[in-house]
Ligand binder design. Structure first.
Ligand SMILES: [Ca+2]
Ligand SMILES: [Ca+2]
Length: 158
């Protein structure tokens, strides 16, 4: 009986060790295309070429992605860090209220529950329907006219 317990324990330990080894393998392989950064179950990519919001979204689509949606502060930090080596320029992410004023949506269809708006934003000043990040000193979010030309961040599921 004791021996059985010990061998069962050993088996469980081996299975666990193998699972850990496997997860390391996946991590090392990254699961993302070359040059993309993995965070949780998604891959992120900074596009330095400046484009309108719609062209930036279409550019992401051409890579099987959408403009990045952001669902938590830690996720925002990851997305923001991608822009860091470029000096934190104002950058498109996937939020828009173009279909209906004041109702914010993500272009990837996920629900909009987190935001990092700057104080007084979004203000829709002169019809602003697309979200730029890295706005002003605190690098928060601002709604901006969608036809501005900005760099962008794409994201897709692993
Ligand atoms: Ca608006
Ligand atoms: Ca604004």
């Amino acid at each position: 009986m004791k021996l059985l317990t010990v061998s069962a324990l050993l088996c469980a330990m081996m299975a666990l060790t193998m699972a850990v080894a496997k997860s390391h393998l996946v991590k090392r392989a990254n699961g993302c295309p070359h040059g993309w950064t993995r965070n949780s179950d998604r891959c992120f990519y900074y596009v330095p070429r400046t484009m309108t919001w719609a062209r930036a979204e279409r550019n992401c689509l051409s890579m099987g992605a959408n403009l990045a949606s952001v669902h938590s502060y830690s996720e925002y930090q990851v997305v923001q860090s991608l822009t860091g080596r470029h000096g934190y320029p104002q950058t498109w992410i996937g939020g828009t209220d173009a279909p209906q004023e004041g109702i914010w949506l993500w272009s990837d269809g996920t629900s909009f529950h987190f935001s990092a708006w700057c104080p007084e934003e979004p203000n829709n000043l002169g019809n602003q329907h697309c979200i730029q990040m890295n706005f002003e000193g605190s690098k928060c979010w601002d709604d901006l006219q969608c036809d501005h030309h900005l760099p962008s961040v794409c994201a897709k599921k692993v």
